[in-house]
Design a protein around this ligand. Structure first.
Ligand SMILES: [Fe+2]
Length: 375
């Protein structure tokens, strides 16, 4: 059966760590930004009045090209203001149009004071935030995030239904890179429910003011029930996760990463695995693709022992061709494993840009003490 995600008052950092972060359990926090201005931006009218001037790249669903062509680097966007976007979708055009994973506008970010729990294991400058805008009928395809970070998703406006699946079930999700080949968006409701039950999915309907925490590596699938604005906060990547983040994300990495979230546990239980992956990262190859094949071989082997209690990933074999094709493109773009034998390309690498640090000052920090990315 699916499980309803619990709703609680936003806890202290210590209670968050013991009750949710260490057990890797999703939860919805209420009062996450209690008393702050952002709480009052809870209707479409308020959002358009406050942020309607912000220019945003609008594109078709982020995973559309991936599902059609196996490539996330080809989607195209059209720039417009947020006001223009909501006026457009109010006329009833395709629910494919949305704003997905763009940096949260500076005026919104600067107005936020983050609860202490966001600073878990985290350099202030590494807390990142993206925002998501869409309309009724939009979906976020079933996928996991490859950045090994904890996530809080804050729902400002509208309602969205979120389903989460633990990485132990990946063997039933037919992963291609970090997306699933399971097309929940095309399933009749009853069929979708049956499948979600079979992987013990968590679910909740987010209302304005809800802040959903999910642990790193969780699969997520999201349905937009109304025009929506939301943003996430991504934080807490430790030493081991930083190493894994420099390698490529696939379902083997996802499983291993989910067991190595906490440095103390990784060092206690899996030190030889961490050392071996460090060696794989340091080793030089003639081309990035050769390095990818080597790292994948190490991940496949380690997954058998580290994730012995997970559903086996045998189902991935038919999808290796697709993954290899995607990796070749990502290596050519400089996302992963740039080696001396790879021809340099003049296309900017958005992954590197987004990793350059974007954070908030703490309450006790003098203005300007936190480095900021200019956008
Ligand atoms: Fe995601």
């Amino acid at each position: 059966m699916t499980r309803a995600i619990e709703r609680v008052a936003t806890p202290t950092a210590r209670a968050f760590e013991s009750d949710y972060l260490r057990p890797q359990q999703p939860v919805v926090f209420r009062g996450f930004f209690a008393g702050q201005d952002v709480e009052r931006i809870d209707t479409l009218e308020q959002a358009v009045a406050r942020l309607g001037h912000v220019r945003v790249p609008v594109n078709q669903q982020f995973f559309r090209d991936f599902l059609r062509f196996g490539d996330l680097t080809t989607h195209r966007s059209v720039e417009m203001t947020l006001r223009e976007y909501f006026a457009l979708v109010a006329q009833g055009p395709s629910s494919d149009l949305g704003i997905s994973g763009q940096p949260t506008p500076v005026e919104l970010r600067n107005a936020l004071r983050l609860p202490d729990l966001c600073y878990y294991n985290c350099d202030v400058s590494r807390i990142a935030s993206k925002w998501f805008v869409g309309t009724s009928g939009s979906t976020a395809h079933l996928h996991f995030d490859g950045d090994h970070q904890h996530v809080v998703l804050y729902q400002m406006v509208g309602r969205r239904r979120v389903y989460l699946v633990h990485p132990r079930w990946s063997g039933r999700l037919f992963p291609i890179f970090y997306a699933s080949a399971v097309m929940l968006e095309n399933c009749p409701e009853e069929e979708k429910r049956r499948w979600l039950d079979s992987v013990e999915a968590w679910e909740c309907t987010l209302e304005p003011g809800d802040a959903l925490y999910w642990p790193p590596h969780y699969w997520h699938y999201i349905e937009y029930l109304e025009p929506t604005l939301a943003f996430n906060l991504r934080f807490g990547r430790g030493r081991t996760a930083n190493l894994l983040n420099r390698l490529h994300p696939d379902a083997y990495m996802q499983g291993i990463g989910s067991k190595l979230v906490h440095d103390d546990e990784a060092e206690r239980d899996w030190a030889p695995v961490v050392s071996d992956l460090e060696a794989a990262h340091a080793r030089r190859f003639a081309t990035g693709f050769e390095k990818y094949l080597h790292v994948r071989e190490r991940l496949v082997e380690h997954h058998r022992s580290v994730c012995a209690d997970y559903v086996p990933l045998d189902c991935c074999v038919p999808y290796q061709d697709a993954e290899e094709r995607i990796m070749k493109r990502y290596i050519a773009l400089g996302y992963y494993y740039a080696e001396e034998g790879d021809a340099p390309v003049a296309i900017p690498n958005p992954r590197a840009a987004s990793a350059s640090g974007d954070g908030w000052p703490r309450e006790d920090e003098p203005p300007g003490a936190t480095s900021r990315v200019s956008r």
